[in-house]
Design a protein around this ligand. Sequence first.
Ligand code: ADE
Length: 338
Amino acid sequence: MEIAKKNIAFLVEAIMEWSQYHGRADLPWRHGINSPLPTPYEVWVSEIMLQQTQVTRVIPFYQRFLERFPNVKSLADTTWEEFLPYYAGLGYYRRGRNMLKTAQIIEQQYQGKFLQDRDQLLALPGIGQYTANAILSFGFGQPHLAFDTNQQRVLGRFLQGDKKATLQVEGITAHIPADTEFRQLNGAIMDFANGVCLNRQPHCEHCPLQAKCVYAQTQGQQEATTSTKAERFPHASAVAMVFLHENHQHYYSSTLDHYQPFILPQGNTSRHQIQAYFQREYRLDLAVRPPFAKGFRDAQPTLLINAQILLGQPDFSIFDRAAGKAARQQALEKLNQS
Ligand code: ADE
């Protein structure tokens, strides 16, 4: 689709203007801890945290993390055990591991200086298109759109009337006026997505893009025809089947003969409930991923969940062959009763 240059210029001007009054300039990663602008390292930390967690929840983690690890070197020099308390509660094991690996690579191979080349950034563990663009724009002021789901929604609706429209990001970026400050623009579009162009029920009536926005002109019809209804699943009454493993290498099972998932008592289906259950029963800290499959088992709604052991020594001796059938039976009965 031909992208209208003047429409992009209109959008940029309107959103930049909007953000002067309604933007979130006070978010801690919009300025540096010790300088007016965030360092590329600070941007990277914030973006990894923001990938998986809501802004309000990230803020205290971000501040605590940077007090303890203010730069690449401090992070590269730390251990997993030391790192984890500053990160646990924010997300997944793999992302944390990748953060440490990336810090070590930058420290050892690039003298601790954050990379500003897109391809080099993409080669680092845990850095994909979005994070690379965010580092380049927020950290170095380079002309890239970060293009997270929020930006996709605003531009998809404005240009094609559908938040999921396929867009040519490079083409759009090329039409952004040359004097645009990309640090601000990226933040402004994200804030606009959060304040006006909401995922559900956008505030079109207050929107400064209305006059040229395809979504507003079609009253959301285009998007309504392409979006599928969210699948409904009764989580509250579901049983969780947890696949417990350590770094996808060692698997733990509640049965001896062949690998089987742990089946948690009914009602333990949220991430926090599952974490609390394993902490209580086995003294293990887990990273719990969202359900990767939903289904039914004995006509009961069932979530299949993938959980990794973060900290703790798995002691499943009750499941050892040597421990005998009685001990296993007892443990399984206890599981079923609780
Ligand atoms: N500012 C910079 N990156 C951001 C993000 N991912 N979400 C919200 N605000 C941001």
